[in-house]
Write a protein that binds this ligand. Structure first.
Ligand code: NAD
Length: 333
């Protein structure tokens, strides 16, 4: 069987996902949820979506009665994920939610609970968890080829444009660069080191108080301490171009990826040489694999479930707290 997906939020990333899904073997766009009738029309003709599978934000709870949709993919601004995921779950649909899953751990927990209660699966759009070069580095680390892991460096950033966009609006974004792009270094630190951090320290710096208002971080540097002794040192920013690099160091070897999380192709090498795994469109593999997880109960190498999304939100909460207080924050994930 094929996973039939309704896309919610027909913006830039929603369009990218739907394009990529045209090459999926196991997933198909069968519905849309949007507040803009003209976009719905375009999608209907492009993807052959019947009017009965089209919803807006007021009436989408009715998707409950639609047998053509197995899952809703929430691709709206961050602070709306909470309401959108909980309503999709209550409508009895599996939910895929974009990163960050929510804007804080409290909301994330409520989403996990709502999906458990409704007996539907909750997955987070962590596309790197299916990327071949990333998976090769994880395999090498698991096989002990890097030796004991001691250090990770994650650099995630880009120079953000239009000051009026939702990403720079605390109400919709929930924060700044950390929520949007720094989360790649947070999540990456965890899947590269292979552990969950037990402490966090952080320093925030801001050079443009007009563009980056109160509660919208421009740049945050943070450290994550892991139970095995490894430390991750990471940078998240909205004010440096093309910053996308991971470096993992063990006592016997290293791996570096640059770009590490962009749409690809990912490039990298280890102490053993270049990584040569093929590039596939991330969202195509992601959606085929997620169909396997939802329909067949397949287990991914790195989890992509709500608990995984919630861990990153707990770390984000801790980083903001550490940056604000200047103190080390202990974590229990
Ligand atoms: P976007 O602005 O291009 O699209 C957002 C969509 O949400 C728009 O179509 C907009 O009309 C709609 N929307 C619904 N209610 C809204 C409201 N009240 N206010 C504003 N917009 C509203 O943004 P995007 O880049 O597509 O990002 C959407 C989500 O996808 C974000 O959570 C983002 O973090 C995530 N994302 C993930 C990746 C990835 O690689 N996994 C990449 C880009 C974006």
């Amino acid at each position: 069987p094929v996973l039939r997906v309704a896309i919610m939020g027909l913006g830039s990333y929603g369009n990218r996902v739907a394009e990529a899904m045209q090459s999926c073997k196991r997933a198909k766009v069968t519905g849309v949820i949007s507040g803009t009738p003209s976009k719905i029309k375009d999608w209907q003709s492009k993807y052959g979506i019947p009017a009965k599978n089209c919803y807006n934000y007021e009436n989408f709870d009715r998707i409950k009665d639609n047998p053509d949709v197995d899952a809703v993919y929430v691709i709206t601004p961050n602070s709306l994920h909470h309401n959108h995921v909980i309503r999709a779950a209550r409508a009895g649909k599996h939910v895929i939610c974009e990163k960050p899953m929510a804007v804080n751990a409290k909301e994330g927990q409520e989403m996990v609970d709502a999906c458990n209660k409704a007996n539907v699966k909750l997955l987070v759009g962590y596309r790197m968890h299916f990327e071949p070069k990333t998976l090769e580095v994880i395999r090498m680390r698991q096989a002990g080829e890097l030796g004991k892991i001691m250090f990770f460096q994650g650099l995630s950033g880009f120079r953000i444009g239009d000051p009026t966009q939702w990403r720079l609006n605390k109400q919709l974004a929930g924060g700044g660069s950390l929520m949007d792009i720094g989360i790649y270094s947070i999540n990456g630190a965890r899947y590269m080191v292979g552990e969950d951090p037990v402490w966090v320290t952080a320093v925030e710096t801001k050079t443009d108080e007009v563009k980056f208002k109160e509660g919208v971080d421009e740049t945050i540097q943070f450290q994550l301490g892991f139970p095995g002794g490894a430390v991750a040192s990471c940078l998240s920013t909205y004010n440096m171009g093309n910053l996308d690099r991971f470096f993992l160091n063990g006592q016997d070897g290293f791996a570096e990826l640059q770009p590490a999380t962009g749409y690809g192709p990912i490039k990298g090498r280890t102490h053993k040489g270049e990584l040569t795994q093929p590039h596939y469109t991330h969202q195509t593999i992601q959606m085929d694999e997620m169909a396997g997880i939802i329909l067949d109960g397949k287990k991914p190498v790195v989890p992509v479930d709500g608990e995984e999304g919630l861990k990153d939100l707990k770390i984000i909460d801790a980083i903001y707290l550490a940056a604000k207080t200047g103190k080390k924050v202990d974590l229990k994930l």
